[in-house]
Ligand binder design. Sequence first.
Ligand code: CMP
Length: 138
Amino acid sequence: MADPKVKLLRNVPLFSGCTDKELAFIATRADEVDLPAGKVLCKRGESGGDFFVIVEGRVDVDAPNRKRELGPGDFFGEIALLDNGPRSATVRALTPLRCLVLGPAQFRDVLHQNGDIALKMLHAVTDRLRAAAPLPTG
Ligand code: CMP
């Protein structure tokens, strides 16, 4: 029978370009974790931590100039892991959450494995950068 974690991963847009073999590899790196509503997953200014993909539930992202909600299929926590810098926003669970969680080494393993994932992440980072410092209009 298929690994239930692989089944979960197959439904995440970030991993939609992955082969079965790649998904099986990611499944060995990711932990499935349940977290309570109200839990702070990232605190702005703090360093270190994990990368999260939301399976169920919603979070609130409190970033400078911008408040945002993320839900199933979205991911967060990539910025501090990519540059070893501080968290750029505070992220809090608005509801009970089920997440796939990768620590820093696991996150790097997955990015090295699949360029498509790295590209999708780059798109999200540029989107978030533009949200933080929008170009003047007009
Ligand atoms: P990181 O800086 O590691 O921790 C906070 C996370 O919030 C950040 O990674 C992103 O994943 C997320 N984040 C920051 N800014 C935004 C934004 N404007 N829109 C959505 N998510 C964001």
